[in-house]
Each structure stands twice: as C-alpha cells, then as structure tokens.
Design a protein around this ligand. Structure first.
Ligand code: UGA
Length: 434
C-alpha cells in the first residue's frame, strides 16, 4: 500500500518506519527542510531503541522517503496519516492549528479517494473538524479516521509492531476495509483491531493515558500513607497487583509521572470536561498529587541536612523523565534541580542519554559528569531521579568512597532497604521505611 505520514516527529517517524517494515511504500512529509534533508541522508533525528536499524533498512530498500512537499508526498497515496503536534494551548486544551492547516491544504490538492487518519492525540470532535476542513475545498471522496497511538517512548517499535490492540474510529465501510488490511500484519497473534465510531476512538486515547496516570498518582498517595503508617509500599503493591482486576503493571510509586503525554493528556481531558460543564474531579486530584510528588524527596533531603542546603553539593543520577529516552519534558529531575539551586546548593548530574537536552535548558547552572561515578565526587549525597538499568546494581564501594556522606535519596526505589542498612547508608526512598 502507498502511505503518507505528515509530520516526522516521534510518532510520525515510528509510524512511517514501522509501516515500511511490513512492505508498504511510505513517504513522510515535514515542513522542516533540515530535518527532511537529514532523514533523506539516513540520519535519524530521534533517539528510540531499535528504530535506527529499521529506518536504515527501509530507506536503503526504497520503501521510505522524505519530502517537504505535501503535493508530492500524497501522490498515489491511499492513506494519509496526520502525526502533527497538538501542544497544549494557554487554556490547557490541545491546539489543533497544525492538524487543521494540513487538513485545509489536503482539501485543496486531493484528486482521488483517500483515507485521512488522525494519529495525533486529539480531543473528541477533531475527526469532524478535520472532515469539515478538508471538505471546504475538496471535490474528491475521502474518509477521516481516528486511529490513536499507544506507543511508549523507549519501547515504541515493539509497541507498534506488536500492539495490545489497534483502535480504529470510523463509520465508513470503505475506510474500515483499508485500515483493517493495513494493520492485519501487526495483529497476527490475535490481538484485536477494535472498530468503533470516531468520537469513542478519540476519547479512548485520553481515557487510557488518564487512567494510567491515575494509577500512578494513587500509588504515590498509598506510598505517602505507607510511610506515615510504617507499611512498605513494595509489599502493598504486590499484594494488590496480584488481583487480576487490578493488575501488576503501572503500580510503581516514585517522584511523579512526566513526559510529553500524561501531563498534557490529563490536562486536556480535564479541559474537555470543563467545556461540556463537567468537573472531572478524579483527574484534578491526579494532577495535584503529581505536582507535589515531583518534590517528594526534598523535605527528606532538607531534614537530613538540618534544613540548610546552602553550599551543599548533590550528585544527581537520571535526568530523562524515564529510562531509555533522552526526553526531559516534565522530567521530575528538572524540578529537583531548580529546587536545590533555589536552596543554594550545587548539582552535578549524570544521565546516559539526556544530558545534551538538559544542557540546552539548564545551561551551566549545574555541572555535567561524564560518568555516573565521577558525578559523585565531593557530593554530600546522591539523588536518583530515573531508573536507568545502569543505576540498578552499582558499585557501592565506589559510591561510598566518593560521597562525603553515605546518603542516598532514591526517587525510584532501586535498592532493597535492608541491604542499604547493612551497607551503612542513610537511604531514603518512596513509601518504604528507611
Ligand atoms: C505513555 C503511555 O504509556 C503510552 O501508551 C502512550 O501512547 C504515550 O504515553 C502517548 O500518549 O504517546 P510514555 O509517556 O512514553 O507513554 O511513558 P510511560 O512508560 O507510560 O511512563 C509515563 C510516566 O509514568 C513516566 O514518568 C514514568 O516514570 C511514570 N510511571 C510509570 C510511574 O511513575 N510508575 C509506573 O508504575 C509507571
């Protein structure tokens, strides 16, 4: 099948590459001339494990193309995916201007039947708006489909190639057939393609992310309670997670969720609810809990240093909002850095992938270590903000040799509390008695 993907950001590039991998001919369109040049020359523009290999192969085998021209990009295409940014506007609602501008342009240049697919996370009612924007100028027949993505950064290729489910919102038989054929190779193991109306598909995406965010904020509050009551959140997590109705996954407490999706999508669903005069009470609480959770470790750190962090130096392991990505959007580490600097402390940070991005935002307000152990030199304590695998079984001898105090504040519960006690550390984590 010939496919066009408009927008070569994270979702667009993964989508385009993975569709090429199943034999489709994919043209990706982007207005960013530099990006298109880089991608055409074989330089990948995002960090995502496993993507580069597929990208290089499909480029070499002439199944993946890049262009800045929408006209050229959609020629002969049967399906056009819109993978454009939908940033939060000033009022928290998703800004649809990128999506609607492209829809408007498409309407002017389409000459034969095409399926236009909303892949970006868009509020309920967007398929209708996209349809209207295209129809304004278009003589050719077309269908607009909502097909939200459920990719996780860091495992996006796997999520795309083996999805738990594919959600397709359309009431057109013709579009349903095209989309069903396109996704058939991805659901061979029997996972469902769920066909539904456009609005339900659009809401499914927000409901999924908001529910997952709710699980996290819920567990973060349970963790707070565990500390107050002297219980251990790891035990409670296992205790509740083995109930299949609750499930084992996504119950890990920590220093809050970050990234480009959960914060934005929860906020957008709250806004959508307000727009129809409904106050989504649970989600407001989810956001509030998450805001305070990002600085959960701060009072513990302050208490250890007698409420005075002036002149103290901290080693910080982990900057990305989660492991296996260089993404620092809404990363709890950034909040911690700001809070420590405000208290008059200094920070040396290490992250396997995200230091370049942090340097662009934080600049030389902190120092950047080349290695996780050099990061510790002269530090008064170690703070852990991201659960990268390389931090999970560190050399504790090296840690204690470098730190001025044997103190670790762990926002991701990487170590056994009993073991840390044996090793003589002052170890504080989330929801467990030190
Ligand atoms: C999330 C969803 O998981 C994807 O299904 C969705 O497609 C994507 O948003 C999106 O809308 O594009 P992502 O933001 O990449 O994916 O990251 P997750 O792995 O879901 O983690 C989100 C945040 O939750 C991270 O900050 C992570 O540290 C935190 N988290 C996750 C916890 O604090 N505890 C957990 O148990 C799990």
């Amino acid at each position: 099948m010939k496919i066009t993907v408009v927008g070569t950001g994270y979702v667009g590039l993964v989508t385009g590459t993975c569709f090429a991998e199943t034999g489709n001919e994919v043209t990706c369109v982007d207005i960013d001339v530099n990006k298109v040049k880089k991608l055409s020359e074989g330089q990948i523009t995002i960090y995502e494990p496993g993507l580069e290999k597929l990208f290089e192969r499909n480029l070499k085998e002439d199944r993946l193309f890049f262009t800045t021209s929408l006209e050229e990009g959609i020629k002969d295409a049967e399906v056009i995916f819109l993978a454009l940014p939908t940033p939060p506007g000033a009022d928290g609602a998703a800004d649809l201007s990128y999506v609607l501008n492209v829809a408007d342009h498409l309407g002017k240049i389409m000459t034969d039947y095409k399926v236009i697919v909303d892949k970006s996370t868009v509020p309920v009612g967007t398929a209708e708006k996209v349809t209207a924007a295209i129809a304004k100028n278009c003589k050719a027949p077309f269908d607009v489909v909502s097909n939200p993505e459920f990719l996780r950064e860091g495992v996006a290729v796997d999520d795309f190639m083996k999805p738990d489910r594919v959600v397709i919102g359309t009431q057109s038989e013709r579009a349903r057939k095209v989309m069903g054929d396109l996704y058939a190779p991805f659901v061979r193991q029997g996972n469902p393609i769920l066909f539904m109306d456009e609005k339900s598909a659009e809401l499914t995406k927000y409901a999924a992310n908001s529910f997952l965010a709710t699980k996290i904020s819920f567990m973060n509050e349970i963790a707070i309670l565990c500390e107050k009551l002297g219980a251990d959140v790891d035990m409670v997590r296992r205790g509740i997670g083995s109930d299949e109705r609750i499930g084992k996954r996504f119950l890990f407490p920590g220093i809050g969720y970050g990234g480009s999706c959960f914060p934005k999508d929860v906020q957008a669903l709250v806004k959508s609810s307000e727009d129809v005069n409904y106050n989504f009470k649970i989600l407001n609480a989810v956001m509030e809990v998450n805001e305070t959770q990002k600085l959960f470790l701060l009072p513990k750190i302050k208490a250890y240093f007698n409420n005075n962090l002036k002149g103290k130096h901290f080693a910080l392991w982990g900057l990305a909002f989660k492991p296996n990505t260089d993404d620092i959007r809404e990363a709890p580490a950034l909040y911690i850095i700001n809070a420590l600097l405000e208290e008059g402390a200094t920070v040396s940070a290490f992250d396997p992938e995200a230091m370049k991005n942090v340097r662009q935002v934080v600049g030389d307000k902190i120092t950047y270590a080349e290695h996780q152990y050099t990061c510790l030199e002269n530090a008064d304590a170690l703070i852990i903000a991201t659960e990268w695998s390389v931090f999970r079984t560190p050399d504790f001898n090296k840690i204690s040799a470098a730190l001025k105090n044997k103190a670790i504040f762990d926002g991701r519960n990487l170590f056994e509390t009993g073991r840390m006690k044996e090793l003589g550390y002052h170890y504080e984590s989330v929801g467990r008695t030190p």
